[in-house]
Design a protein around this ligand. Sequence first.
Ligand SMILES: Cc1cc2nc3c(=O)[nH]c(=O)nc-3n(C[C@H](O)[C@H](O)[C@H](O)COP(=O)(O)O)c2cc1C
Length: 334
Amino acid sequence: MKYKYSPIFLAPMEGVSDLAFRILARECGADFTISEFTSSTALTRGSVKSWTKVSTHSLEKPFIPQIFGGDISEMVKATELLCTNKSVDVIDINFGCPAPKVCKNEAGAALLGNPEKLINMVSACINVSEVPISAKLRLGTGVGEDTALEISKKLEDIGVVRICIHGRTLKQGYRGEANWSKISKIVEAVSIPVIANGDIIDSTSASACLEETGAAGIMIGRGAIGNPHIFYKIKQDLGIINSNPPWVYDNDDWVNYGNIKQDFIARSWCWNRYVELMKITNSENKQSLKRHAISFTKHLPGGSKFRGSLQFIKDIDELTKKVSLWLKEGSVNS
Ligand SMILES: Cc1cc2nc3c(=O)[nH]c(=O)nc-3n(C[C@H](O)[C@H](O)[C@H](O)COP(=O)(O)O)c2cc1C
């Protein structure tokens, strides 16, 4: 393996990786987090919603906002504007989004089909940026040869500090398996850290991915939705940490609990902390709370019936309390 220590990233995920969830993921063992992708067009036009997506709090260190766009001058302007916030440590640029509304503007993963423009864009951002620039790519567009390897070499040449590769093409969307072998070719070809991403859902897949790719670190997306304690679990299984997570008390008979009970206990702590972090960071958002409430109850016995009972609740305090109570009851009774 190329690097001794392999940091674990929470993936940038629209509608998931909000500020409170990012801090929670860090408290659960993630080493780095990246904000949801944010449109450079919207940032340059002063959209409050977009600026909220790239806001941070002193509890979040480092802070890595992610931006995307198809217009180089807007990307440059957004980079300059972000640099006026002294909390920004690194700016990440998205070349992975497959959404048609993004790709039709030659932004996101569509730029993998135009390497020259992609490199010009990143180079222009680096020229004005006061902080390092990283990039997140897919393997290619899925039309013709994959371009990520050539692009990665050029990104290294122009001074990008780190790249993350999601081992799928634009055409694949989220279908099929992530191709870790193609990520390994990129790891071999460049000297900057490469973070491997795609289909890591537990310690077995985490170590298999690190082994196959030789990557400097790994990034977890869907596996962390409703399940931020995955970071702790992986690190514990891999022997990276041996202290108890915050949801385990010294006198607990934790090791003898079944998987379901352990899951209920961890999720119960994580949910309460998520709600608390929203308050602490002044980032309460009804939509995010609702979305996470649903995720936190997935794959638990009785979860589907319980989610049905959440449907008609309008009051957000009532919703958060109901989820807290349900998870607590599950922790005691399972
Ligand atoms: C709901 C959702 C939202 C996403 N939003 C973003 C985003 O804002 N920026 C980005 O670079 N990737 C985004 N992605 C892609 C993930 O970061 C990640 O590359 C992908 O899910 C593969 O990793 P996984 O197999 O661990 O989920 C998103 C994925 C999901 C499922």
